[in-house]
Design a binder for this molecule. Sequence first.
Ligand code: FAD
Length: 399
Amino acid sequence: ARNVVVVGAGMAGVQTAVALREAGFTGPVTLIGAEPHQPYDRPPLSKAVLLGAAEDSAFDIDFEALDITLRLGLDVTALRADGHLLETAEGPVPYDVLVLATGAEPITLPGTEGVRGVHLLRTLDDAARLRPVLERRHDVVVVGAGWIGAEFATAARAAGCAVTVVEAAARPLAGTLPAEVAAPMADWYAESGAELLTDARVDRVEEGTVVLDDGRTLPAGAVVVGIGARPATGWLTGSGIERGPDGSITADASLRTSLPDVYAVGDCASFPSARYGERLLIHHWDNALQGPRTVAAAILAAESGDPLPVHDPVPYFWSEQFGRFVQYAGHHAHADTLVWRGDGAGAAWSVCWLKAGALVAVLAVGRPRDLAQGRRLIESGAVLDPERVADPAVPLKST
Ligand code: FAD
């Protein structure tokens, strides 16, 4: 059997190796990861691991029993597709089949790289550096009111830190949710005792102080930057692989790349969604769980001649922030109607997006049943009655 090499030992890489075994692949499987730690799950890093409620979040997987060779602490520096070779600090690694699962890296705030007390939150090492910040209850300034910023602010408030969140847009999650849906979320910050400064920009960070471009200064024992992430694909420059303007490896519907025998999955890869009629780059956990099943099936199909599998999920993610469980399924970019289920000022509410009467996306705050039922309705393309959808007492599946 051919030898499969997976680059990146995060969720997508680990799940690809496991899915290959589950699908009956018997050839050699090597999983290479730059981080020195046993492969681990990222969502707990901004939750239990940060608060010290869990030491780490290593995957509970017996790689040895699955005959998966782990090469950790090894950075892959280049891909030579014509020779079917990877370059690493420990010499070349040949592959027959290659899976790229290098994930994403956080965007840094220009001018703050290497400044003491400025943190990112992507890795276990980042979380380990931030734990003492919470333990010592430093004043923290969070830059960016996105998912990571909100979760870090939640943990920092729970630890008793004074928290100021600086957001360049007029509201939290501005790039993700429409204004009327994000509006109630702004109040969650104040309610938790964090101060949210919108339309505010960081000019510079000096030791212990964040200076905004309007001259305001904020005391900062630590600064946490959560302004987004981009695919970790810089190392592929010169490989000839096709990438999009967002830096993602442009995979096809079966997660094959433009290079022969090379697949891409997880946060580093975009794929064409027939469901939504556009190319999607998804930076969420569930995509890094579903995609690997397609990659494993596609690798086996290339050998057996079986039909190729297709990756076209209804996207799903969750966030835990300010004592709330926030979940989202679908993709609302092309929706024509937005329906509220409940009061955005209340403890539990949902928003449904419809397109030509069919449910295309749902955001649920403290209403997991709406999410579960909505996800199935989105998958089946069911047409709903907006008036019944608007009644939170009516189960979504009965609308
Ligand atoms: P990654 O997890 O980034 O793994 C990629 C791995 O590849 C990394 O370990 C990296 O070191 C390695 N690598 C990169 N380049 C190379 C190279 N050249 N050579 C060798 N190795 C390399 N999603 C949700 O849906 N809900 C949540 O609540 C949630 N919480 C999150 C909280 C945090 C703090 C973070 C950071 C993310 C969270 N996410 C959440 C997103 C989710 O964790 C990611 O979508 C998921 O981890 C993507 O998996 P991946 O394997 O594609 O990439």
